[in-house]
Design a protein. Structure first.
Length: 282
């Protein structure tokens, strides 16, 4: 029999990722699920994944509800995400990652980033010995919000979510051996101001970035679901009050709570996936 492996995938989406953060804390605190076989996280959800794997669930809540919804993190005119402040001040200084616990985690994790020289997606994982703070920085380096690049080893990277959709993350999980996948999706196609600003930015970006932005705007979020993998999708029950640039504490708290509630609303299905994985005879 093929060994059962459960993967968790969380999507990017700027401040919309408060939804995934709430879901992950509920998964750990209420369901006691802390060590999936595989975890793939993109962009704004990477920090929550790292703290989740380190067992620092309270810090996830503090980061999202106390620190991130702030003018110090998000500037609206022009839109700017202060990634360096998030990584160096909030995460490294105020609420540091327990790196020892993180390294000891049994879960195989993957973070998509974009190689700026080739335009191709690369996956940083447990097998690549980079500073976790720099991995989080690279994952959040959205070109039109961060305005910079991140060096990991000899290569230069930016946010991988710009060149990636959920179907491709699911393919990656399958390639790594996942037989069951929990998708926590807090993001949909860009719309309104976010879409307009992204198009405007692309006009002044490099040809490679312009091509990736165009692909990101034209693609569908879910192309199709493979038939040979059991997939459970957990998404917002109604439109999230947060957007990519939201800094309202109330809106972020509502998105966080919605993620918590929506995940617990699928409790039996989630527990069924993990029970089968732990007890193949069931």
């Amino acid at each position: 029999m093929k060994e059962e492996k459960v993967a968790i995938i969380t999507s990017g989406g700027g401040m919309k990722c408060a939804y995934a953060a709430g879901a992950l804390v509920a998964l750990a605190k209420k369901l006691g699920i802390t060590e999936p076989d595989i975890f793939i996280s993109a962009s704004g959800s990477v920090g929550a994944m790292f703290y989740y794997l380190a067992g620092q669930y309270d810090n996830i809540e503090k980061i999202w509800l106390r620190y991130l919804p702030s003018p110090e993190v998000i500037r609206t005119f022009p839109p700017k995400l202060r990634v360096d402040y998030i990584v160096d001040t909030i995460m490294r200084r105020e609420l540091p990652l327990d790196e020892r616990a993180f390294v000891k985690a049994k879960t195989r994790w993957f973070v998509p980033v974009t190689d700026l020289d080739t335009g191709h997606t690369e996956y940083i994982s447990n097998n690549t010995w980079f500073d976790p703070y720099e991995v989080m920085r690279a994952a959040k380096a959205i070109p039109f919000l961060y305005g910079g690049t991140v060096r990991l080893g000899a290569r230069t990277f930016i946010d991988g979510d710009l060149n990636m959709n959920m179907t491709e993350l699911i393919r990656k999980a399958r390639k790594e051996g996942a037989t069951k996948i929990i998708v926590i999706s807090n993001t949909v196609m860009l719309s309104g101001f976010s879409r307009w600003f992204t198009k405007l930015y692309a006009l002044f970006a490099s040809p490679m970035i312009r091509q990736m932005v165009r692909y990101d705007l034209e693609r569908t979020h879910f192309d199709h679901f493979p038939a040979d993998v059991e997939i459970l999708v957990i998404g917002p029950t109604y439109p999230l009050p947060t957007g990519v640039f939201t800094r309202s504490r109330r809106a972020v708290a509502e998105s966080y709570q919605m993620g918590w509630d929506d995940l617990l609303g699928r409790r039996k299905e989630i527990e069924g996936l993990f029970a089968t994985e732990r007890n193949p005879a069931l």
